[in-house]
Design a protein around this ligand. Structure first.
Ligand SMILES: [Zn+2]
Length: 533
């Protein structure tokens, strides 16, 4: 076990693998916007209801040239994006007319996904000519709705102006430096929205890194740097330490690596004055490259397997948001970091291993490595007796087949949570759907030689079998939520995020933990109990 106190951490080459940080400078200018101020930005985005009120043309006279075009009916319920120039100025303008379903925040289940997708469409249109500064005016909506729409627009600008890591000489396009929000009430706090943007972009950044750059060693060093920056305790359980802990399930995967640098990271966030027992354990699958192991994948399936660590990046990013917002809950974050390689030392089908909680596992398919590394990570996290456990993993193709990449699957050892879990997906715009967890699914995991089979060779309902398998490593009595990240990457983008890694899961957890603490308390666990600090 290597304990690293934040002060001992040296700057290393891995630091250059971290994103530059902060997306853009945000300026809030309250009060009614004036044309002279608006023309100071390179590009102005104006958002109004599908049928803009006459006041829009009075208050923003520069928009008059767009007025006739707003009268042409579009497809019912669809958003409309109109491009033009603000009056006689050089400021380009994009006018977005909100689809009614996206505008409503009062309905019992707000359709935040629709709003984010609309904001993404606007951001793509506005950033097309590479403005350095963008202004935003939301007109004709109730204050609460205007705030919701402005936040969605910020999220979309943060996602669209982000640039993936690249290792080439070609010059990159200009980036957005400043966003000015006009007319929002002065008291509106945007700190959480900005933290969510940075966190989602951290996930996208880490997930986009090639596996020969984000090696286990580089990942460990990068975590040490983030720990220093955020004031987290950082501990790295290397293979030796994991051997002593009996973590045979993790080691069955990492034994195939060329080097001995795999391990489980533990990051600890404790608000001032709190005890050491964690309220929450976040757990993430960090397979930095997944060849499939001895049961190797085909080239097509292996191509993007450097993204198989995105669950770990999501867990890390949630921790970052909670820290930035000074959340009053203590959090442990456990990341299982290794490659899954083939070769003479790799594990094989029918091998039997013993996990750290004593459960013996018969290996059925070496490409089901995610549940192996998570098994020990969940067991170790559970020893600390957290009040709630949440894990993230790009775990099964079965989940993608069932839901596509638009939704992620969610499974829990508390049936009572399902309604809340769906609701949080609707509210955050990161949509999830629960799968059943009945115990007769365990029949498919029976083994003649071990306590449990790792999976079934048929692969039917594998997302459920994976969750049933993982549940054996969660302490009885501890509420646990498992997100199978089918929506971790999507070629055509998702909601406000353009194509590639989506950062899915960050806003979901933040909404669950911060907006629904009372529901969680009632349904599962007193996590986030009120505290005096
Ligand atoms: Zn795999």
């Amino acid at each position: 076990m290597i304990g690293v106190s934040p002060k001992q951490v040296k700057q290393t080459a891995a630091d250059s693998l971290l994103p530059a940080g902060v997306c853009f400078k945000l300026v809030q200018t309250p009060g009614r916007p004036r044309n002279t101020t608006l023309t100071k930005v390179d590009h102005l985005i104006v958002i109004a209801p599908a049928r803009p009120p006459p006041s829009l043309w009075r208050e923003l006279p520069g928009l008059k040239s767009l007025q006739p075009r707003t009268r042409r009916p579009g497809k019912p319920g669809a958003s409309r994006v109109l491009r033009g120039v603000l009056g006689n100025s050089a400021t380009a303008v994009t006018l977005g007319l909100l689809p009614p379903a996206a505008a409503r925040s009062h309905s019992s289940l707000p359709n935040t996904f629709k709003l984010l997708a609309f904001a993404g469409e606007l951001a793509a249109a506005a950033l097309g000519d590479e403005p350095r500064s963008v202004g935003l005016v939301v007109h004709g909506l109730e204050p609460a709705d205007a705030e919701r729409v402005a936040k969605a627009m910020l999220l979309a600008l943060g996602a669209h102006s982000w640039q993936a890591p690249a290792f080439r000489k070609e010059k990159r396009p200009a980036t957005l430096k400043k966003v000015e929000l006009f007319g929002l009430p002065a008291g509106v706090s945007l700190q959480r929205t900005l933290a969510e943007i940075d966190a989602a972009n951290l996930v996208r950044w880490l997930t986009a890194l090639p596996a020969n750059k984000l090696t286990a060693t580089a990942y460990r060093e990068l975590l040490a740097t983030l720990a220093t920056k955020n004031g987290w305790d950082f501990e790295w359980l290397d293979e030796n330490a994991l051997g002593k802990l009996g973590a045979g399930a993790f080691l069955a995967v990492s034994q195939g690596n060329a080097g001995r640098d795999a391990g489980i990271a533990r990051l600890r966030y404790r608000p001032a004055g709190t005890t050491s027992q964690p309220d929450l354990a976040l757990i993430g699958k960090g397979i930095i490259f997944d060849t499939g192991g001895t049961n190797a994948k085909t080239a097509t399936h292996m191509l993007d397997m450097h993204t198989d660590m995105s669950g770990s990046a999501v867990a890390l990013a949630v921790l970052q948001v909670l820290t930035t917002l000074d959340a009053s809950l203590s959090v442990d974050c456990w990341l299982a970091i290794t490659e899954n390689r083939s070769g003479p030392t790799a594990c094989k089908q029918r091998d039997v291993i013993t996990a750290s909680n004593g459960v013996t596992v018969e290996i059925i398919h070496t490409d089901a490595e995610g549940r192996m590394v998570l098994a020990d990570t969940l067991a170790l996290a559970g020893r600390e007796k957290p009040l709630l456990m949440i894990d993230y993993a790009t775990l099964t193709y079965a989940c993608v087949h069932a839901l596509s990449e638009r939704y992620s699957g969610i499974l829990s050892n508390r049936d009572s949570l399902n309604e809340l879990l769906i609701r949080v997906g609707r509210e955050s715009g990161e949509r999830v759907w629960p799968f059943p967890m009945d115990d007769d699914f365990d029949d498919d995991l029976k083994s003649k030689v071990a306590d449990v089979s790792q999976c079934s060779i048929g692969g039917e309902a594998d997302q459920i079998l994976a969750a049933r398998f993982l549940q054996r490593f969660v302490p009885e009595g501890t509420p646990w939520i498992h997100m199978d990240l089918a929506a971790a990457t999507r070629k055509d983008g998702l909601g406000h995020v353009p194509g590639g890694c989506t950062g899915f899961g960050v806003r979901y957890a933040v909404s669950l933990l911060l907006d629904h603490a009372a529901d969680l308390h009632e349904l599962a666990t007193p996590v986030l109990r009120p505290r005096h600090r």
